[in-house]
Design a binder for this molecule. Structure first.
Ligand code: HEC
Length: 466
């Protein structure tokens, strides 16, 4: 009964807030000739309502979680939270990265010489979606500002907020299984989460310092030191968290730098430019230059971050013994490819950047290849031996009825209840248990090297049930 009441109250507040957003929408439409003060006031109230909306939704989810905690529905709720937040994250991320690619392309491809008015930096003709577009970039700012000026910032903020939420849904709410590997470092959940979140702040302070140092004028030195710093973070995460969480933190750290660039540098700079232009004062071009530099950094960050987003599927990368070096090298190769594309858009064909970047990526592929295993195998390993290992080390999670405290449903649908199920997944077992050693997860069930070897021998001898 109490539950129904709580939901009813929360739903009512939610409904009221939604109605208010419509009201604001009307007011906004009617506010064309309102004073600046009134408009600011409206914006503030609107912000307040949107924030309340989000908070009420979070309260509803939290209450639902409280209700289903410890029941089989908990896993289901987490899965759906994961789906919703993840979908939001990739949608905003695509919008943001798309805008980044598009504007860096614009900047690179501007016609800066032919028929360009004095106040312009350049222009560009484009055809897309069945229409012709003509764009102009001003050297600093137009003489009078247009009434409607589109800002690109929410895609960045929402990508970060949804990404941060996803970090909580997947890794922090379930820190024991997803974040911590006691064989790497024995941390409590609170410690691990604080290190994760704290590392983003430290990374920003260091990177911001680097950007404000004279080094920013020397792109090559900046890139080298910046890359060394990033590699340091990759190394740090790999020595604190479990392998996957380490990768995700590397991506989340870079994503945080990107969002902070937008929030602390690019948008404030643009606001100052707009404010100066509005009162007819000369616009300080250094704002634009700083913003452009940060926006270019963000552009180079995109491909490494995208790799991290999908890296969870590739145990040969995060499962490598030197997973941090693999991550750093892939980031380097990916950013190199982006650099080649950026130069190409400017009409500069560099002969060695692309081959070198591809060579770096191929080298990673080569280095992470499975090593020939020379451990002895006894002839004819029997299925009974293998099944004993699987039943001892795997079915806690991989079963129709798992007994694990975290996984109440078979992860990825993988079950080892029958011989057939084991045989069918033999290649994946080889990959996860023998080559990358990423299963059992965090070696929770303490499989021994000898047992891994027995599994390998059985698979190499044909994986027969006898
Ligand atoms: C503590 C729980 C747990 C234990 C014990 C465990 N696993 Fe897993 N396993 C998972 C989770 C969670 C996933 C999904 C995430 C992932 O792929 O890492 C998974 C995924 C897998 C996959 C990949 C499936 C796919 O579709 O890619 C394989 C194969 C696998 N496990 C095999 C094993 C084997 C073999 C053992 C025993 C030697 C084992 N696991 C023990 C939790 C566990």
């Amino acid at each position: 009964m109490v539950h129904v009441l709580v939901y009813a109250v929360l739903s009512f507040i939610l409904l009221m807030l939604v109605i208010m957003t419509y009201q604001f929408h009307h007011l906004e439409k009617a506010s064309h000739d309102a004073t600046e003060d009134n408009k600011n006031h409206l914006n503030l109230s609107q912000g307040f309502v949107y924030t309340s909306l989000v908070l009420v939704i979070i309260a509803m989810i939290a209450y639902t979680w409280y209700l289903v905690k410890g029941t089989p529905y908990e896993g289901h709720l987490m899965e759906w939270l994961n789906i919703v937040v993840r979908l939001m994250h990739i949608t905003f991320g695509i919008a943001w990265i798309g805008a980044s690619f598009y504007f860096v392309f614009l900047e690179n491809a501007l016609n800066r010489t032919e028929d360009v008015r004095d106040e312009l930096a350049g222009n560009l003709w484009a055809v897309h979606g069945g229409g012709f577009y003509y764009l102009e970039k001003y050297k600093v700012a137009p003489k009078t500002l247009p009434k409607h000026l589109h800002w690109f910032k929410y895609e960045a903020y929402f990508t970060w907020v949804s990404g941060f939420s996803l970090l909580f849904v997947v890794y922090y709410f379930n820190a024991k299984a997803m974040l911590i590997d006691s064989t790497v470092m024995n941390l409590s959940a609170a410690q691990a989460i604080s290190i994760g979140v704290g590392s983003f702040v430290v990374a920003w302070l260091l990177y911001d310092l680097l950007c404000k140092s004279p080094l920013i004028k020397k792109p090559l030195a900046f890139a080298i030191i910046g890359f060394a710093l990033l590699t340091g973070f990759a190394w740090f995460y790999a020595h604190v968290f479990n392998a996957r969480a380490a990768y995700i933190h590397f991506g989340a750290m870079i994503g945080s730098l990107m969002a902070a660039n937008v929030f602390f540098v690019i948008i404030p700079g643009q606001k100052a430019m707009v404010a100066a232009a509005k009162i007819g004062q000369p616009v300080d071009p250094s704002y634009g230059k700083k913003a452009l530099a940060r926006s270019l950094h963000n552009n180079y960050f995109t491909l490494p971050v995208l790799f991290v987003m999908v890296s969870n599927h590739f145990p040969s990368t995060f499962g490598n013994a030197q997973s941090w070096a693999v991550l750093a090298a892939i980031s380097l190769g990916a950013a190199g490819v982006k650099h080649y594309l950026n130069l190409k858009e400017k009409g500069r064909y560099n002969v060695f950047i692309l081959p070198v970047s591809v060579a770096v990526l191929l080298a990673v592929c080569f280095v992470t290849a499975p090593q020939k295993n020379t451990d002895e195998c006894k002839p004819n390993v029997s299925f009974a031996e293998v099944n004993a290992i699987i039943q001892k080390r795997c079915v806690q999670c991989h079963s129709a009825k798992p007994t694990d405290d975290v996984y109440t449903a078979a992860p990825n649908g993988v079950m080892y209840d029958t011989p057939d199920q084991v045989v069918k997944k033999k290649d994946l077992i080889m990959q996860r248990v023998v080559i990358t050693k990423t299963m059992p997860q965090n070696n929770k069930t303490n499989i021994t090297p000898g047992e891994r070897n027995t599994l390998r021998c059985w698979i190499e001898q044909g994986a027969v049930v006898k």
